[in-house]
Ligand binder design. Structure first.
Ligand code: E4P
Length: 218
């Protein structure tokens, strides 16, 4: 499974990238706003900065919600850097735009996906990635991981090439569940990625190894 980091924060992107296991980055308008990045020009500069840090796919989301607007914005975003993936919401004009981008060889991430039916339309339009939002479904007492499993099974059954990018990951256990569900990618906060490393037996085992080494070497 590939790991993307779900942030527009450059320090966190650098820290995750330095681990050597990062495959890409996802952003969204809320994450960009959280970093105080405003205006088209600044947003574009920021996407290029991210692309210069990480050697992997970087999702940049369109703001337009109409077909023509999405096409214009998506083409401009895709032209910024070869690693840009145009992120498009799962609405009717979005599906049409994804189909257009697919025909033009522009890669896409269909976002805000909450049902297998939406994921089917995204795949039929040729989306590179589909983003089921795990945490937001869990937030409303639904089952986000179950949606990931259903999409993985459906894509395997019909032979779609669209990759399942589990999004809205809130904690480390979500990542483990995404692995078990067969997601192609999980996009995660840095804290959830670092949480994978935590184990008390690793810490106590390392402390014992170092203490035993010191006993005979001091
Ligand atoms: C990433 O592609 C999504 O926009 C993001 O994971 C949403 O996460 P949230 O539900 O925590 O805002």
């Amino acid at each position: 499974m590939k790991f993307f980091i779900d942030t527009a924060n450059l320090d966190q992107i650098r820290e995750a990238n330095d681990l050597g296991v990062l495959d890409g980055v996802t952003t969204n308008p809320s994450l960009m706003a959280k970093e105080g990045i405003k205006g088209d020009e600044n947003c574009r500069k920021h996407y290029v900065e991210i692309c210069n840090i990480v050697d992997g796919d970087v999702s940049a989301e369109v703001i337009a919600t109409d077909y023509e607007g999405m096409i214009k914005e998506g083409e401009e975003l895709a032209a910024l850097h070869p690693n840009i993936v145009v992120k498009v919401p799962c609405i009717a004009d979005g599906i049409k735009a994804i189909k257009y981008f697919t025909n033009k060889g522009i890669r896409t991430n269909c976002t805000l996906v909450f049902s297998p039916g939406q994921a089917l339309l995204a795949a039929k339009a040729g989306a590179t990635y589909v983003s089921p939002f795990v945490g937001r479904l869990d937030d409303i007492s639904s089952d986000g991981i179950e949606l990931v499993e259903k999409i993985v099974d459906m894509y395997a059954y019909y032979g779609f090439n669209t990759q399942v990018l589990a999004a809205s990951i809130r904690h480390t256990q979500h990542i483990i569940q995404c692995i078990e569900a067969g997601a192609d990618v999980a996009t995660c906060p840095l804290s959830a990625i670092k949480g994978l490393l935590k184990h008390p037996l690793t810490d106590s085992g390392l402390a014992t190894f170092l203490a035993d080494h010191k006993k005979v070497n001091s």
